[in-house]
Design a binder for this molecule. Structure first.
Ligand code: F6P
Length: 362
């Protein structure tokens, strides 16, 4: 009988813990289920262009602690709707037939897709075309529906918190307002959780458009209390009331054409102009996505990987693994994708932040 074979890909922006999932899927496939594992390179691009590597026990040994992904990733490829610029106009190409050909020619019995909402939504499209798909949710933004947490988030929270801690001492020495811009396009989890952990004075997230007067009043109030420094944590997707998100760049050739960035500088400039307090701005950027995963993320990623492989072995497809409380549960891809898990106005973390006097700008 032909040995069963799964394909494994990592799509979208990388995050700590991807390798831990690759290792968990591959090891449990080999040890417990007698499957062959094919790694698809660079996300869906590897499916379209048939770029693969064989994943065996040796190849995944020692990668648990490594950041990034040994398979490579890309957030530039959507096989169903790939933007192409011709004579200044954007049109869309459908490369899904090429991807389906790769899946057939590799003889894949199932495809495990590790990614955020974009990657998992595309995974759902393949499922609808008859491919046996299982998804694993990742992202430092923590904005995938159907799971209490994505892996990668805890590691990023650690990095942002450390940055806030380090900025704290220099802010205090120089009597400055320090603005830290974090990632988080639509969801403010990273700024909110790290901001609480780092004791930020003002936290600005995309879900709560902020009021300039409230922010500046908080800085003045702190000065009146004798606190001559302030820490302001801003998600890249935050915006003032009635204003827009700050776009750094439009990239027409990307399925995700808007690159955010610059709100931190805007907030810093405005605070300085309105309050007279000297301000400095730090943009953390991709530092937040790099490096080794925390122990929590290593364990979550390993649990997700083993659970994903178990679903494949049980022939349960069209599902994503998710964390619900302490348990790993299967979640239909159709209900988890196409929308994002945002910080709701009733989120208890907002109450906690307000309870300790943190200004949320709204
Ligand atoms: O991983 C999600 C994310 O971190 C967003 O918060 C951010 O806007 C985006 O990735 C940036 O990704 P890239 O620089 O890879 O386009």
């Amino acid at each position: 009988m032909k040995k069963k074979r799964i394909g494994l890909l990592t799509g979208g922006g990388d995050c700590p813990g991807l390798n831990a999932v690759i290792r968990a899927v591959t090891k449990s496939a080999i040890i417990h289920h007698d499957y062959d594992v094919v790694g698809i390179k660079d996300g869906y691009e590897g499916l379209v262009r048939r770029r693969t590597i064989r994943l065996n026990y040796e190849r995944v040994s020692g990668i648990l602690t490594q950041g990034g992904t040994i398979l490579g990733t890309s957030n530039q490829c959507n096989p169903f709707r790939q933007p192409v610029v011709r004579r200044g106009r954007v049109t869309y190409r459908n490369d899904s037939a090429k991807a389906m050909k790769t899946i057939r020619s590799l003889g894949l019995d199932a495809l495990v897709c590790i990614g955020g909402d974009g990657t998992l939504t595309i995974a759902g499209e393949f499922q609808r075309r008859g491919v046996n798909v299982v998804g694993v949710p990742k992202t430092i933004d923590n904005d995938v529906c159907g799971t209490d947490q994505t892996f990668g988030f805890d590691s990023a929270v650690g990095i942002v918190t450390e940055a806030i801690d380090r900025l704290h001492s220099t802010a205090q020495s120089h009597h400055r307002a320090m603005v830290v811009e974090t990632m988080g396009r639509n969801a403010g989890w990273l700024a909110l959780v790290a901001g609480i952990a780092g004791g930020g004075d003002i936290l600005l997230i995309p879900e709560l458009p902020f009021d300039w007067d409230r922010i500046c009043e908080r800085i003045r109030y702190r000065a009146r209390l004798g606190k001559r420094f302030s820490l302001v944590v801003v998600s890249e997707g935050a915006r003032p009331k009635g204003g827009r998100k700050v776009v750094h760049k439009h990239v027409d050739t990307s399925p995700d054409p808007i690159r955010l960035g610059g709100i931190g500088q805007l907030v810093g400039d405005e605070i300085e102009r309105r309050t007279g307090v000297t301000t400095r701005v730090t943009v953390l950027g991709h530092v937040q996505r790099g490096g080794t995963p925390t122990p929590f993320d290593r364990v979550l990623a390993t649990r997700f990987g083993a659970a994903a492989m178990a679903l494949v072995a049980e022939k349960k497809f069209g599902l994503m693994v998710g964390l619900k409380g302490q348990k790993i549960v299967p979640v239909p891809l159709a209900t988890a994708t196409g929308r994002q898990r945002l910080v709701s106005k009733k989120c208890s973390l907002l109450e906690v932040a307000r309870a300790v006097g943190t200004e949320l700008g709204a």
